[in-house]
Design a protein around this ligand. Sequence first.
Ligand code: BGO
Length: 270
Amino acid sequence: MSKFTIALAGNPNSGKTTLFNLLTGSEQYVGNWPGVTVERKEGLYKKDKEINIVDLPGIYSLSPYTLEEVVSRDYLIDENPDVIINILDATNLERNLYLTTQLMELGIPVVIALNMMDLVDKTGEKILTNELEDHLKCKVVKISALKKTGIDELIEACEKVKDDKVEPLKIFNESIEKYIEDIKNISTKVDYHNSIRWIAVKLLENDEKIIEKIGLDDSEKNKLNGLLNKFEDEFDDDGEGVITDGRYNFVSNITKHIIKNKRSGLSTSD
Ligand code: BGO
């Protein structure tokens, strides 16, 4: 019986496999996620066998378009792990934070692992972690999975927050937030396994898999469609486009403030 479960989530190439192997050593079990041929890896933390670690597939988003995304989001909302470690490639913060904005809506405690810090340190770039914590309202730990630094602190941070009741992060402007609130009122089913905000945002994106999952009936679907029509008219875009822009705006605003001595000339064409 495990004391608590940590889910590892992050973009492909963020160093998730390196971190998972470091945390679990040889105590790994590999299978498939239910009904699909996506690999499911699970293991026990090698320094405390009561901590279970579930490795989610590498993903860029919690949208419904790839098996990896669907497997990850179904696991997170149906099985509610105690903590999510969101591993980010710190050399590519802006891109990696897009997924973070979605994980922070689930109502599950999140600890950010800023990985590849050995590479960041070499460039002289500084990431202001305290400011990042203020923006995201969660603990941020600098690590290098390759050099094995920051790992104990990362797990300690998970232990600290695992029983916290978290307020989901609100990142959109007031008019979008108003629609998110209105959607919460169309049915009690939106409060699915405590992931109410994340579900409400997905409904605003007209995510059919989520509409089906929570089982909206015809009259609830009509109410949703009414709201969506109003929303899309007001913003002159489809719901998914509005939400995606909102996430990019938030992330680009944060990265402007938290990265000092930012490198230039990252592009190979420079
Ligand atoms: C190769 N620091 C550095 N410098 N590299 C890291 C760190 C870190 O903290 N963490 C991971 N890496 P995955 P996903 C590689 O494989 O764990 C490296 O997709 C190579 N391989 O070693 O696989 C890690 O599971 C040849 O790099 O990520 C790996 O999330 C040349 O980041 C890569 C150079 O890590 C992705 C690197 C044959």
